[in-house]
Design a protein around this ligand. Structure first.
Ligand code: NAI
Length: 259
């Protein structure tokens, strides 16, 4: 075991499912103390207990809706009190909101922006003072290929993910001289419960799954671990000169101009 995060403390949002759970597992395996933030307490609490048992360091679950600044602040204090100062923040909680732009309800717009864009900011605002005081902090936002390219029929999700990449670059520059790095990862299609739910909503899920795999240069859909390893690299000191940037984890798909 390489223990790339020994003696580090990390908060991971959206840790109860998909990519967030994969990041939590990998970070625990690499020696980090972790706080798993999510809405879903049962799944998250079970995962925290399982990881603590498997790897020995402290792992805890915190109930926090990322759209609620006061809840976030309380959970961050709870995590700090239990685990120590926060070294790493992974903003992974997110929701797909795909609507016709003219049929979009205000509530859908609001939910999309609140979870995918304001949520990460709420977390950053809560951990940043502690990080600045110690002149050390690594933040990784989970953005998307939708933050780089437009897939028709996915509005307003790409608006939020473009914003998240903009926030990554802006805050990365803002705090660079004070020991803080802010980067993002942009997954392509990754097989998670959210992706499964989207496939299930298609008229022919199996045909859509095959079509999606065929679109990718590598001819397969991505796995949550493949995003987790990129987040691990960015969150670790191996990436100490990497700041205010984004890494695409999409099998090369978004570089293709024509099939
Ligand atoms: P998922 O739906 O499997 O997991 C998302 C987690 O976020 C869930 O546990 C959910 O409870 C939590 N969450 C949702 N709203 C929350 C809130 N308000 N407060 C706290 N937690 C909340 O999703 P998946 O696929 O693992 O996605 C994770 C991230 O990766 C998201 O930001 C998503 O936009 C992004 N992403 C996923 C891709 C994919 O193909 N799966 C592709 C590109 C980006």
């Amino acid at each position: 075991m390489s223990q790339r995060l020994t003696n580090k403390t990390a908060i991971i949002t959206g840790a109860g499912s998909g990519i967030g759970s994969a990041i939590a597992r990998l970070f625990a395996r690499e020696g980090a103390r972790i706080a798993l933030f999510d809405l879903n307490t049962e799944t998250t609490a079970a995962l925290a207990a399982q990881l603590q048992e498997a790897f020995g360091q402290q792992c805890m679950a915190c109930v926090a809706d990322v759209t609620q600044p006061q809840q976030v602040q309380r959970a961050v204090v709870q995590a700090q009190d239990a685990l120590g100062p926060i070294d790493i923040l992974i903003n992974c909680a997110g929701v797909n909101v795909f609507r016709d732009p003219l049929g979009l309800e205000d509530d859908d717009w609001q939910r999309c922006m609140e979870v995918n864009l304001k949520g990460p900011y709420n977390l950053i605002r809560s951990v940043l003072p502690g990080m600045l005081a110690r002149h050390y902090g690594n933040i990784v936002n989970v953005a998307s290929v939708h933050g780089h390219k437009i897939i028709p029929g996915a509005f307003p999700y790409p608006v939020a993910k473009h914003g998240l990449i903009g926030m990554t670059r802006s805050l990365g520059v803002e705090y660079a001289s004070r020991g803080i790095r802010v980067n993002s990862v942009s997954p392509g299609l990754i097989m998670t419960p959210a992706a499964e739910a989207w496939l299930a909503s298609c008229p022919d899920p199996q045909a859509e799954r095959e079509r999606q795999a065929a679109l990718l240069p590598c001819k397969r859909i991505g796995e949550p671990d493949e995003v987790a390893y990129t987040a691990l690299f960015l969150a670790s000191d191996e990436a100490r000169f990497i700041n205010a940037t984004d890494i695409l984890v999409d099998g090369g798909r978004s570089q293709v101009y024509h099939d």
